[in-house]
Design a protein around this ligand. Structure first.
Ligand SMILES: Nc1nc2c(ncn2[C@@H]2O[C@H](COP(=O)(O)OP(=O)(O)O)[C@@H](O)[C@H]2O)c(=O)[nH]1
Ligand SMILES: [Mg+2]
Length: 302
């Protein structure tokens, strides 16, 4: 348990050092004053929590002060923690009952799709599931090689096409191949960059349709990988992906490199999507199921 919390604290150290970890010392043994609210507001906004969430947290805290007759700033700490926690969605249990379960991995270039696919492959393989990768990012030759290297290392079959081949065809083959081999989960890695954003979204829609033709009901999961270092910019990306395909969950990568972990709140508030996994480091085992309690503990730790 201590190890578990430490892993989150270390992974979130940049965010807590830059902003939120300062809250504890700021909320010292002083009386609650107008300054307290101003300082708190400034820190929450700096932490990329988003204006709306910041305002709603402050309103709730002011109410708590009245209801509970709080006078010391340090009394706010526990309430703040609870208010932040209540604004995060607990990740749903992920259903892989259908065989194969098809997971479409989407997100902009460099967000971490390929490495996250590999990390997820390893995770589910360890749980005893058979896994396959579909290399549908045919736009960049290196992307296929990168997935192939992971496939070799993990002993996971990789379905790929010729360079520049049709991503829909690769995805179709991957699903069919998983069906005939009785594979439990197939992760389909997709392109994050094309000549234009419009082309990218049209291609994604096509991959989505083709996967559904190969297997009615597929894809079963569409996971959007967002780079936590991009802050509020990631919201814009997420909106376009959500318009193109029915995203079912978010994976927040590179939290360890980011001082903007607070964006998790903005994502959940604006998109209403659960965060399923978090990248807390570069090692494969650093991709961990999102834990809202450990997350809030980590961003506030000092
Ligand atoms: N520190 C850190 N680096 C990550 C994490 N996830 C991915 N990366 C790195 O981000 C870079 C881009 O990842 P990649 O999977 O190629 O992105 P893609 O273009 O979306 O497929 C690689 O150097 C990864 O090692 C993470 O959780 N933490
Ligand atoms: Mg990639």
């Amino acid at each position: 348990m201590v190890d578990f919390l430490n892993k989150w604290r270390e992974g979130l150290a940049k965010t807590s050092k830059a902003t939120l970890g300062r809250i504890a010392s700021m909320l010292g043994a002083t009386e609650i004053s107008a300054d307290t609210w101003d300082d708190l507001e400034a820190l929450l906004i700096q932490a990329d929590i988003g204006i709306e969430t910041t305002q709603s947290v402050l309103t709730a805290l002011k109410r708590a002060v009245q209801t509970n007759g709080l006078t010391r700033a340090s009394d706010l700490q526990a309430h703040l923690k609870a208010e932040l926690r209540s604004r995060l969605i607990s990740p749903p249990r992920l259903d892989f009952a259908t065989r194969p379960s098809v997971v479409l991995m989407v997100g902009v270039n460099g967000s971490g799709k390929t490495t996250t696919s590999a990390k997820l492959g390893m995770r589910y393989q360890k749980e005893g599931k058979s896994v396959m990768f579909g290399a549908a990012d045919t736009f960049r030759a290196a992307a296929v090689d990168q997935l192939q290297v992971w496939g070799d290392r993990l002993n996971v079959p990789v379905i790929a096409g010729a360079p520049e081949s049709d991503p829909g065809a690769v995805a179709f083959n991957a699903v069919q191949s998983a069906q005939s081999r009785g594979t439990d989960i197939v992760f389909i890695d997709t392109a994050g960059r094309l000549h234009t954003r419009f082309n990218l979204m049209e291609e994604l829609k096509k991959v989505h349709r083709v996967v559904g033709k190969a297997m009615p009901g597929a894809p079963h999961h569409i996971w959007l990988v967002l780079d936590a270092t991009t802050g509020q910019n990631a919201l814009q990306q997420a909106r376009s992906f959500k318009e193109a395909v029915k995203v079912t969950g978010v994976i927040l990568s590179k939290l360890d490199s980011s001082a903007r972990g607070g964006m998790a709140f903005a994502i959940q508030r604006e998109l209403g999507l659960p965060i399923l996994f978090a990248g807390l480091g570069e090692k494969p085992e650093d991709l961990t199921p999102f834990d809202p309690d450990a997350f809030v503990d980590g961003i506030l730790s000092n």
